[in-house]
Design a protein around this ligand. Sequence first.
Ligand code: PLP
Length: 393
Amino acid sequence: MTTKSFHPPQRILLGPGPSDVSARVLAAMARPTIGHLDPAFVAMMDELKTLLRYAFRTENELTMPVSAPGSAGMETCFVNLVEPGDKVIVCQNGVFGGRMRENVERCGGVAVMVQDDWGRAVDPNKLEDALKANRDARLVAFVQAETSTGAVSDARRLVEVAHRYDCLAIVDAVTSLGGSPLEVDGWGIDAVYSGTQKCLSCTPGLAPVSFGARARDRIKGRKAPVQSWFLDLNLVTGYWGGTSRRTYHHTAPINALYGLHEALVMLQEEGLENAWSRHRRNHLALRAGLESMGLRFVVPEEERLPQLNAIRVPEGVDDAAVRGALLKDYGLEIGAGLGAMAGQVWRIGLMGYASNARNVLCALAALDDVLGRLGAPIERGVAVHAAQRTLTA
Ligand SMILES: *Cc1c(COP(=O)(O)O)cnc(C)c1O
């Protein structure tokens, strides 16, 4: 028997990523593959860097997509900035802060953890206490948008505290980029990484990063070489950097980069601030619908991410059965709880291209049906109307 071509089913991706990819981005990725040192490709790379600077709100020269998923963006920041023996204050309020610790320790650094409750923002006062107690710390790292819980932290304040104690700040902006306010230059962020499959609505597998002048100086002044050959920025920038001649480092994922270029062109056409307000508007409509059904959010209102809505699984309801029915009957994917929140929450993403009124109404109608059928204690038949009222207000 011969294996046939793979045709994925049609889905609506309302989980924690990947999010729906638009037909425009998919079409861009199907264009002819050319050489990665072809002058036409090099010109596209330059546009891509300019577009990423727009999305990050930065003038940083060292702004580019790493050829690997968001996790490799994280690793790029840590392997380049952490030297053996360096003390790093890591703020943790969910799953991804824990991965930062792993990164620090594997680089030979010493991670000092500042723990906050899962489902809450990082507390800047706790960070300050840790910096007072660890005057020799060289870096602060935190996640702006914790996708595991749906909480957003005050990145501007946290960076400001880090700088007061002469620390550089590494910020995880995987879920925030393109979905909610992020000002790399305005807030003085030293190193930031993101991913393409969340609010940029591109296919997974690329990690936009940006490094400011202080971070670049720190990397230049390293005593030990970067332990990772592939992620060593001194080498990568020979390919992505400056306007001078590019040298081969690795073969860029050509067609994936066409997709990112198109996704960023779409972001620019819409306008970054308009994209932020669209995410907020659709979040508010979803919230109105969910709350009218009697479902409860995990995160307090003022710390909620618009692009990731974490809600509690109602008492006595089978988490997996609900997600299974949503996928089977409606082609709709929502996220399960991660880490300590497994089985207790659902994570409904409204990210990028998927953040639209149609998806909000569809998700609410589907939840109303599935939860109703499974006998969940919800108010039926009200959610769609509640969301519509918000959308047309
Ligand atoms: C998704 C995510 C990552 C990891 O990105 P991958 O593309 O899955 O490697 C890192 N941090 C946060 C906050 C995320 O949401």
